[in-house]
Design a protein around this ligand. Structure first.
Ligand SMILES: [Zn+2]
Length: 357
């Protein structure tokens, strides 16, 4: 793998991850770009003990370019058109988001009154392009390409964890217009947060109170029960959690407890690729229509709770039937109380029947 670091016209970092050592990454970004926006601000909600990022500049970001590859900012550049990626091709590329929720650009903050503490939205947001092929999808990547994406995730996790003030690194993919994705090109994002996220706090709090190793016991119990296992190999297991919140939800665990993506071995990365893409294809096979999904890597925080954490992927779709989406309505959005219309055992059976078809 070859890693080349370069910079875009407004100073943002862009990193190529190439399978070939002779890839030429000398292309220069000559676009006249606006200066980068100031950082967002963080406000603390004393009622829920959560930080909220207020990022007003994000309102102007690219929204669903309609021209396909002709307008896509994530396709490689051509002689006629300059995109976010100066090169004429790439394997995997990562760059700093132009409209970040968190960044290293500090603004100035006024006292906003109220009980809310305010601080700068320190951190970093990156975009990961999984392939230069606009019309592909993660589910159709080759095992080699998935492994390269995993190397990029591992590299970014290690690098972003080292930034002062960063407390947690989150690699994820939003897929499908129904999920609010604004650019069709296969890509994901990485958020480096200046705090530990609420869901991780909850999970690590539960792991702390549990007598034993919570994540390992959940995995062992699901493997023993078997009824909700969707796919497995020697190093990974994919299962629908017993108390799934979403109609189609799959958690994927490595059999060895590691804190984050950077700690996976080459063998573990290689074994993940075919398992994960077969689960994604099973999602798409369920109703014969593209499944919108969110795929989220749960990694240990940078500083706290690392010994309790267990790297795993949580994948879920909001589609519950061919023409029906699960919306977060009153109970879920207002109260955080989920109601799932699909029995997890039935979801697992349906997904299993689609594996390798
Ligand atoms: Zn594209």
């Amino acid at each position: 793998m070859k890693r080349t670091i370069t910079h875009l016209a407004d100073g943002r970092e862009l990193i190529y991850f190439d399978r070939r050592d002779d890839a030429d990454r000398s292309a220069i970004d000559r676009r006249p770009l606006e200066p980068r926006p100031p950082a967002s601000e963080l406000r603390y909600d004393p009622l829920t003990e959560e930080w909220i990022a207020i990022a007003g500049h994000r309102q102007t970001r690219t929204f669903l370019p309609t021209g396909g590859t002709a307008e896509c900012p994530l396709c490689p550049s051509t002689d006629e058109r300059s995109t976010e990626i100066p090169s004429y091709d790439y394997d995997v590329v990562v760059f700093e988001n132009r409209f970040p929720s968190f960044s290293g650009n500090f603004g100035t903050y006024e006292d906003v009154g109220g009980l809310s503490e305010v601080r700068p939205g320190v951190g970093r947001c990156e975009v990961v392009c999984f392939t230069s092929d606009h019309d592909s999808s993660f589910s159709r990547l080759s095992d080699d390409q998935v492994e390269l994406v995993m190397e990029a995730w591992a590299d970014r996790t290690a690098e972003l964890s080292a930034i002062e003030g960063v407390e947690q690194v989150f690699c994820f993919e939003n897929r499908g217009e129904e999920i609010g994705i604004t650019i069709a090109h296969p890509h994901g994002q990485i958020y480096a947060y200046p705090y530990v996220t609420p869901r991780t706090k909850l999970q690590l709090g539960a792991a702390q109170r549990y007598k034993g190793n919570l994540f390992a016991d959940v995995l062992a119990a699901e493997r023993a029960a078997g009824t909700r296992v969707v796919a497995a190999n020697e190093l990974w297991t994919a299962f629908v959690p017993a108390a799934a919140r979403w109609p189609f939800e799959v958690h994927i665990y490595p059999h060895r407890q590691v804190p984050d993506l950077a700690a996976l071995t080459e063998a573990e990365r290689a074994a993940f690729a075919p398992l994960y893409t077969s689960v994604l294809r099973a999602f798409d096979g369920l109703f014969g229509v593209v499944m919108p999904y969110i795929s989220a890597w749960h990694q240990a925080p940078v500083r706290t709770g690392r010994e309790l954490a267990y790297l795993h992927l949580e994948l879920f779709s909001i589609r519950r039937a061919p023409n029906k989406l699960k919306y977060l309505a009153g109970s879920e959005s207002a109260m955080g109380a989920f109601v799932n219309d699909v029995r997890p055992e039935e979801a697992a059976r349906m997904l299993r029947s689609q594996i390798d078809h």
